[in-house]
Design a protein around this ligand. Structure first.
Ligand code: 5GP
Ligand code: ZN
Length: 121
């Protein structure tokens, strides 16, 4: 991680992943951290966030797909630990303005703990 890169230095999720903001992690893996979304949209709403800065899914390069795979793996672990296997859960990522991405650092939403809104669009 290059802290001389102003994007990485100032990025809110880079700062959370580095532990600078005191955010409690509900789980961690080699390449990702998981923490509660500030504005939950489901009874369980976690964010799975790579320690490394990627602006969005499209910014993951061929050498780095293991980071995204690790994020999905961590999402399933958190889903299991928070009792979501019985009812099910949803994992999504927003990439770009049409999808409503607001934080320009790749993250996966893990949603569950109750009936989710039908539809994806
Ligand atoms: P996006 O809209 O980019 O897909 O999702 C960004 C998510 O990050 C939103 O659900 C928002 O509530 C959450 N978020 C933004 N800033 C913070 C923060 O400082 N801490 C936490 N825990 N969540 C945040
Ligand atoms: Zn970042």
């Amino acid at each position: 991680m290059n802290l001389n890169d102003p994007v990485v230095a100032d990025c809110i999720f880079c700062r959370i992943a580095r532990g600078e903001l005191g955010t409690e992690f509900v789980a961690e893996s080699e390449h990702n951290v998981a923490f509660r979304d500030l504005h939950p949209q489901a009874p369980v709403h976690m964010l799975i966030v790579p320690r490394q800065h990627f602006a969005a899914l499209r910014a993951v390069t061929s050498d780095d797909w293991h980071v995204a795979a690790d994020a999905l793996s961590l999402a399933t672990r958190v889903a299991s630990e928070y009792g979501l296997y019985e009812g099910g859960y949803r994992v999504i990522t927003n990439d770009g303005p049409d999808a409503g991405q607001t934080v320009p650092h790749l993250h996966f939403h893990l949603l569950g703990g109750g009936q989710l809104q039908a539809g994806l669009g």
